[in-house]
Design a protein around this ligand. Structure first.
Ligand code: OOG
Ligand code: MG
Length: 262
């Protein structure tokens, strides 16, 4: 760790304020260029603690930057992990209030719900499929707290991987027997197709994203508990949205999820 505890706390508060006040800030590596990976996740943990102390419940976990489309779009090369807050939930077919967001973008994601805990190191696709209760179609609304949505990997980790809102569809499917690799995904904005991909875009197979999460947590002595909702990361590049836009994501076999921005 390059930062002391007080600085970690100060930066977590800066990010929390940016979110609650809807105010973009400079990426934190501008001020702290020597920040290391442990610092970045320590800031994310402190941010989570600030929210939990305020009454927020952690509703799930997320992986981000798991597809080449996303890595290329954001100019970074490694997946990252974050958490989902209860206040980020938006009902399928519901409305997402843009007044609470800075510069939202939407990404199509395949979500898993575990029935058993998963731990690493050594977690693999087979272990993930065995521990999966079901998969559901989802979408994430990301909203970087950084100026112009521009950041480096350490800054975006500290900012809880741009997590903001998410929609989870109710059509649960068994992951076993489902060809998640070849599962087609079509994102429509206002009725026009804006992005397409298949499940393999996410680390070759979306379950690999869950395995990676278990291994990342395992490196810190943590695990994915049973009953955890996990967003596996955007299948396609993220699509910018403004008030009035309607997003509908159609998943082969899994059904669709939609949201209207108001
Ligand atoms: C970082 C978060 C990426 C995903 O699904 O790839 C993410 C960002 O692009 O702002 O959630
Ligand atoms: Mg995402």
């Amino acid at each position: 760790m390059a930062l002391d505890k007080a600085t970690v706390q100060k930066l977590a508060e800066r990010l929390d304020n940016a979110e609650t006040q809807r105010k973009e800030i400079a990426k934190i590596t501008d001020d702290y260029p020597d920040l290391d990976w442990d610092d970045a996740y320590a800031i994310q943990d402190a941010l989570r603690a600030i929210k939990v102390a305020r009454g927020t419940r952690i509703a799930g976990l997320k992986m981000g930057l798991t597809s080449h489309a996303k890595m290329k779009q954001m100019g970074v090369v490694d997946p990252v992990r974050g958490f989902l807050a209860d206040y980020g939930q938006v009902a399928d077919g519901g409305e997402c209030d843009t007044a609470g967001l800075i510069h939202p973008k939407v990404e199509a994601e395949i979500a898993f719900v575990t029935k058993r805990a998963l731990s690493g190191p050594g977690c693999h696709i087979g272990a993930v499929l065995a521990a999966t209760d079901f998969v559901v179609p989802a979408l994430e609304v990301i909203d970087s707290r950084y100026l112009d949505f521009k950041f480096d990997l350490k800054s975006v980790i500290a900012d809880n991987t741009s997590a903001a809102r998410y929609v989870v569809g109710g059509n649960a499917s068994n992951a076993v027997g489902m060809d998640l690799k070849n599962l087609g995904v079509v994102t429509e904005k206002n009725g026009v197709v804006v992005a397409t991909a298949s499940g393999a875009a996410v680390l070759g197979h979306p379950a690999q994203s869950v395995a990676m999460l278990a291994n990342m947590l395992g490196a810190r002595g943590q695990e994915i508990p049973a009953g955890t909702l996990i967003l596996t990361g955007g299948v396609t590049e993220a699509v910018a949205v403004v008030k009035g836009d309607v997003i509908n994501v159609r998943y082969q076999h899994l059904g669709s999820v939609s949201v209207r921005f108001v």
